[in-house]
Design a protein around this ligand. Structure first.
Ligand code: CA
Length: 222
């Protein structure tokens, strides 16, 4: 497993790198946002630990650009401030997890293990599936263990967005944009209402709770 550490504070970078090597991860370190983008575009990593406050380009901008280029390598963001704003922006831009400094190394190692073993969706052409839940993007149908679940267009859209971003928390704003579109001017709690509809339809055919609430942030599957 190859991990990139993007952190300009040399002491932290060195410490994290040593600990990860001790756990037998292969590590690379850079201390600048632009260097990070360069190395990410030329080498493949299994995971990136990305500090937010960086010279060159900040971590949020690095994340935004790599996701825009279609690079879906899992990212754990580090933030010096316990800022809800940074946390939400990071998750909005597709970070898989975040950690506030100072952190215990055991906590970082636990997050790394969790991100690396998080389930990935099984896709086969138009079919996306995850643990018995199957969504057919061609036929616009959803089944759970073979039983069809009838969903409205918006309910289907929500489920599709969550499945396509399996193991990633989606904020209400992201889900609104994807399902209702940029020009939606209503309340973001419409997402909560529709998530409830989808959940109750899924729960009518399975006891499994596919959609998880991530308090204060949004929803995820997986
Ligand atoms: Ca920093």
């Amino acid at each position: 497993m190859k991990i990139l550490i993007v952190e300009d504070e040399a002491k932290i970078a060195r410490f994290v790198s040593l600990e990860l090597k001790h756990e037998e991860y292969d590590t690379r370190s850079v201390g600048d946002g632009r260097e990070a983008l360069d190395i990410i575009s030329s080498e493949e990593f299994d995971l990136i630990i990305l500090d937010i406050m960086l010279p060159g380009l900040n971590g949020l901008e690095v994340l935004r650009r790599m996701r825009k280029d279609g690079n879906m390598t899992p990212v754990i963001m580090l933030t010096a401030r316990d800022s809800v704003m940074d946390k939400v922006s990071g998750l909005d831009m597709g970070a898989n997890d975040y950690l506030t400094k100072p952190f215990a190394i055991e906590e970082l190692l636990a997050r790394i293990r969790a991100v690396l073993r998080a389930p990935k969706p099984v896709t086969n052409g138009d079919i996306i599936s995850y643990e018995g839940l199957v969504l057919d993007r061609q036929g616009h149908t959803v089944t759970v263990n073979g039983t069809e679940v009838e969903l409205t267009v918006k309910e289907y859209g929500l489920l599709q967005a969550l499945l396509e971003n399996l193991s990633t928390v989606m904020s209400r704003e992201q889900l609104l944009e994807k399902v209702w579109g940029y020009d939606y001017f209503g309340e973001t709690n419409v997402v909560d209402v529709y998530i409830r509809y989808v959940r109750s339809k899924l729960e009518a055919v399975t006891p499994k709770r596919y959609i998880q609430t991530v308090r204060g942030v949004g929803y995820k599957i997986g």
